[in-house]
Design a protein around this ligand. Sequence first.
Ligand code: ARG
Ligand code: ZN
Length: 873
Amino acid sequence: VTVYLKDYQPPAWHIEAVELDFDLDPDATRVRSRLHFRRAQETAPGTPLHLDGEALELLGISLDGEPLAADRYRLDEAGLEVRDLPETGLLEIETRIQPAANTELSGLYTSSGNFCTQCEAEGFRRITFYPDRPDVMACFTTTLRADKSACPVLLSNGNPVASGELEDGRHYVTWQDPFPKPCYLFALVAGDLGWIEDRFVTRSGREVDLYIYVQKHNLDKCDHAMASLKRAMKWDEAVYGREYDLDRYMIVAVDDFNMGAMENKGLNIFNSRYVLARPDTATDSDYQNIEGVIGHEYFHNWSGNRVTCRDWFQLSLKEGFTVFRDQEFSADMNSRGVQRITDVNILRTHQFREDAGPMAHPVKPDHYVAIDNFYTVTVYNKGAEVVRMLHTLLGPEAFRRGCDRYFERHDGQAVTTDDFVNALEAANGVSLRQFRCWYDQAGTPELTVERHYDPQACTFALTLRQQCPATPGQSAKQPFHIPVAMGLRDGEGRALPLRLYGEAQAVGESRVLELCQEEETFVFQDIAAEPVPVLLRGFSAPVKLNLDYRDAELALLSAHEDDPFCRWEAGQTLARRLLLTHPPEALTGELIQPLVEACRHTLDDAALDPALRALALTLPGEGYLAEFVDTIEPQQLHGAREALRRALAQALRPEWEACYQALTETGPYSPDAAAAGRRRLRNLCLNYLIACEDEAAYELALGQYRSATNMTDSLAALQALVNSDCPQREAVLEDFYSRWQADTLVVDKWLSLQATAARPDTLDRVQALTGHPAFSLANPNKVYSLLRAFAQGNPVGFHNESGAGYRFIGEQIRTLDARNPQVAARLAAAFTDWRRYNPARQAGMREQLQTMRDAPGVSRDLYEIAERSLGEE
Ligand code: ARG
Ligand code: ZN
């Protein structure tokens, strides 16, 4: 069944308060719920109350203390319908569920023997009968009873208000959450967990106790998460004026989790990979991701919890906004330029691809089958770009005023993306009418730029034209309101003052042009010689830019542009041109000399942040390059990139070596941005050196592997070796496993490394690894590390001519679908793009999609992905 935005109806019944009582047992948990309901004013008397329910066993139901007669309610697939209710009353429902048998990891389940929940989006209905929709908000009181030795820790949302001993070695704790919330923010955790504690005092003086709960053997890996949480709390006060509102903030790490983390009110539950870090087990990027995700979930307390979504079509209201907030937090804590380039890379590699394929959907989708399929890069990352554009168009002060208005107007409400834009408009007296297209129209707009220099008049004209390709269900598009941050540079790379036609004097050297029409021309005055235009500084809009730069202009920008994104982009464009216009064997000598010189210059540029140097020296990824070809030939893209990497490696061998040695450090590990940047550049040097495939390079990598005292350097050395022909590669892989086999998150890295290795035997190895004790289909992280890493991170392996990669992954997906549809559907995304490949590959991929779609008992989640991917046939 498809759900449509246009069918939205406000809830007919409100739940004012709910009391939940859990008798926890892994095999049979009893849930008693007391719902204090009230009929909505607009609702006609006699309208039944619908309660969602899934995989529940109903044990009893009563109304205002009396058992409810059988003809007053009806049970069906979707839940429970109760008839002839008074205007207000108390409905008591008792159900039984089986947490240990819950392999979907949605609702109440067990992970490593502990109880935990995941209710977003529609998991609460797997715990008890309830109106499982975000616009029904209630105050929750939750009592947990469990065996005291198995579950000494009993947690839920809010504050603990009572606890005590029970018979048979059981005990209980009651929690009360004073903030009304939708049930998707409900959480409970019970088990034998250790914790660390800290404290944060808000700027108004509220004392908040902070807790991180983990399995006891992980207690030495929580400090970075705790420090990140305190930084996030401080940042939200400083930048948005938002304070925390409860007496305690709890984070729990669990090993089995479908997604990254969950912002349950006062009780966040995290995939342990976004909490646990120790220098010897976590890489610099793990440290970065933890800080970002901890921030993300914390920021949801305002953008998501205090103000929530009216319905799931509004998902980007909280996710797009919160991703923007976490990106800016990370930019402020680390290097802004590096952060922006990283975020743009994710967007262009994954979201642009989604937007160009059969799963393309607007930031605010208008229909779905399984909402869990819409936790996408479009809703999250493009959604964040949309908020970023609002920030760019309004400027920081006006944007902040608008956000203040939004939080003030809608505190305690469930609202829409339109309400967000309305608040920004109202607070600033502006109209964002046309801007709203970004929420409703799918597809990546293309921005084509034509330039004309007039030496007589000393004017420079930029003509900007926009066009957005058709996407499923949307053939014609309205023009978007596009902010184009730009500047001009002269032949020496100096920034020019910008005076637009009609202006009395120049206004700065960087400004934001607003393109609202299909085509507009902007004329700059007093330009003495033909300038080099710089467009989309900071990547000011999620569009594709077409501008016919000459190579020399790109070289100039890559050496002189101040905006880190545009400077990096110029170098990437130069490299991309080489990679896409020449066969691999031609990528040597004269042809690549300009790129070699640019790289040499970057390597030597001691004034440039090492992390930015590393980014500039990294060739565009195969996934991004694929966006520029009509038919993707994975082996060809990979071959070209490898050839160029080898050529650069050899042409600059002494330079890579010197830079590597110069960056050698001996002090203790610190994950700070500067130190991480140096490691990144040094490990990139190693990566080039190993491409020379000589004994000296192997020795260097082996030496680094043996002596490394942190996971970043250890893993970088291992990765270099695994992707080389070094005779010791197998031995080192084995050594790594025997050293780390007890650490499940490190084992994930070991699996990914093998799944993404560019080796002819990778498919065989991945297949063999599915039978290895380190692998399990029951754990999403294992599936992502091995199967998704192979299917989406190893194009050459997955798209093997024989079709064996498709058959293998297709089979794994079908097996997985019976146990965890959400994870199966995520893995199926590897097939969505089938039309981009040659006919033989198309046939192989399509066959798998058809088999998935037509499998008996296929889940809604997987069906939707397969069906939409196949499209009209
Ligand atoms: N709200 C969570 C976050 O982005 C994501 C949870 C989504 N889970 C799911 N099963 N769809 O922080
Ligand atoms: Zn989120």
